[in-house]
Design a protein around this ligand. Structure first.
Ligand code: HEM
Length: 167
């Protein structure tokens, strides 16, 4: 028998368009996984631009990545979280299905908020003086690490939700 969760989602996915990665995921989840991996690599390449002192290109790259990610979170991830996870939290947090998604959503929220803050503080004059950044490097490195942890937890959520490991 496939692990619970996987079978429920697989059933649900039947009514949606089938994905293209050969798992039980709908096409929208497969697309989101691919886009998020590309975005994560984009963030790493953006960090390389900063090391090469190409600061203008770096700023454009990282701001675009943060904004695009914000759109994906708003359009796909928050609605999915509200529908499938939130109603079962905290009661079912002892199940990996909900625990992974909740840990992912928490770290993902912190990473996106951190990314928006750094983009606003470093690239604009919109924030009041006391909220401006004094240590860019520490902030940018922390957001990069947090982001990749959120991405890995997103991957773990995808595997738990859509991949049957014990067939
Ligand atoms: C830096 C921020 C984030 C990254 C890199 C990220 C990445 C990912 C990835 C790679 C997946 C797997 C694709 C999928 O299953 O559709 C995923 C799924 C998911 N994420 Fe995120 N995510 C982030 C932020 C968030 C936030 C803020 C929330 C909720 C408030 C969230 C909730 C979810 C949920 C519920 C899923 C499962 C979606 C589904 O398949 O229906 N994520 N995320």
């Amino acid at each position: 028998m496939p692990p619970q969760g996987v079978s429920i989602i697989a059933e649900k996915s039947h009514t949606m368009s089938a994905g293209f990665l050969g798992t039980a995921a709908p096409a929208s989840a497969d697309l989101m996984l691919l886009l998020e991996v590309v975005i994560g690599i984009g963030l790493l390449l953006g960090a390389v631009l900063a090391r090469k002192k190409r600061y203008r290109a770096h700023a454009w790259c990282q701001s675009s990545v943060v904004l695009l990610n914000g759109v994906l979170i708003a359009v796909a991830m928050i609605p999915s979280f509200h529908e499938r996870v939130q109603p079962k939290v905290p009661e079912k947090l002892d199940r990996s299905f909900y625990a992974l998604a909740t840990a992912h959503a928490t770290l993902g929220s912190l990473a996106e908020a951190g990314g928006l803050y750094v983009a606003l503080a470093a690239g604009t004059n919109l924030l009041p003086e006391r909220l401006r950044l004094t240590n860019y490097k520490v902030w940018m490195r922390s957001v990069l690490i947090l982001w990749w942890l959120a991405l890995l937890l997103g991957l773990a959520t995808y595997i738990r939700w859509y991949v049957s490991l014990f067939r």
